[in-house]
Ligand binder design. Structure first.
Ligand code: AMP
Ligand code: MG
Length: 275
């Protein structure tokens, strides 16, 4: 999966990346492997919660319909909600806009033993904000450096950061909008404003390229995930997360030294209760 990782000195041209996986693995095998990863992730998160030491922040970005919600469902669906959170970043409120753009982000970062999935993130402040010039260029262009410094602070204080750009083709997006309209249970997701956003496709591609080129750091790498095929997208994200968590070598807290005396006491209590 390391082939999808963006190295810090890379200048990203999205034309050179695939949106659709065309490799050897088929969907059936991919889904089977994902199921295994789901189980492994469930176990890893349990140890993580018990150990109360590591913190994991997963950032998901991508154009409308790229699959941020679906990734959360299919990668984290088996994980115990205890210790796992999703942070959604929507249009900032007036109060949020009265502060710097990272003000609303910091409180959502993971604490010890926690996983937090960022469904959108502070990167909107160099994406939608850049595309629509919601603040002038001299303001947004400084943000790449702020973000790298902010993530360095989190990493220095013990947070593991993984960032995924879910990359789909323009055609795939149209298909997915259509599916949202055609399938009644998906219709609530269709927002006519998203079609307006689609008309800025080229500008978004540039903004993503700048983000990926400037903010993939050794302490917070970006992965460009080919996302036209949903099963492959899920598999890449799950694999990267599982591999990273395994490398942290987490351990549950040490056993109590006097565990045997507690065992004896409990056996006695149960014996008495049965009398
Ligand atoms: P959704 O994720 O589909 O519920 O939509 C959330 C919307 O909030 C998207 O259109 C984002 O572009 C927008 N959004 C998120 N963060 C910001 C931000 N910092 N500034 C402006 N719009 C934002
Ligand atoms: Mg939306």
């Amino acid at each position: 999966m390391e082939r999808y990782r963006i190295l810090p000195d890379m200048t990203v041209d999205l034309d050179h990346f695939e949106t659709r996986y065309e490799g050897e693995m088929d969907k059936k095998d991919g889904k089977k492997l994902l199921k295994e990863h789901n189980k492994t992730l469930r176990d890893l998160q349990e140890v993580m919660f018990a150990e109360h030491k590591q913190k994991l922040m997963v950032v998901l970005q991508g154009i409308d319909t790229a699959g941020k919600d679906g990734t959360i469902e299919h990668v984290f669906g088996d994980v115990n909600p205890q210790g796992t959170k999703v942070a959604n970043f929507k249009v900032p409120t007036p109060r949020e806009l009265d502060h710097d753009y990272l003000w609303r982000v910091h409180p959502h970062t993971p604490g010890s033993g926690e996983i937090v999935i960022f469904n959108r993130s502070h990167y909107e402040d160099v994406l939608v904000v850049r595309v629509h010039e919601l603040v002038p260029k001299p303001v947004w262009e400084k943000r790449y450096d702020h973000i790298n410094a902010f993530e360095k602070l989190l990493a220095d204080e013990g947070t593991t950061i993984l960032k995924f750009f879910l990359y789909i083709s323009k055609n795939e997006q149209a298909e997915r909008f259509l599916a949202r309209i055609e399938e009644p249970h998906k219709r609530w997701k269709f927002n006519p404003g998203d079609l307006e956003e689609r008309s800025h496709w080229g500008k978004y591609q540039h903004a993503y390229e700048a983000m990926l080129s400037k903010t993939s750091t050794p302490w917070a790498p970006w992965y460009i995930v080919p996302s036209d095929r949903k099963w492959y997208r899920n598999l890449v994200v799950a694999s990267v997360i599982v591999e990273k968590l395994q490398s942290l070598d987490m351990q549950p807290p040490e056993e109590l030294p006097d565990i045997d005396s507690y065992r004896k006491q409990l056996i006695e209590m149960i014996g008495k209760a049965a009398e």
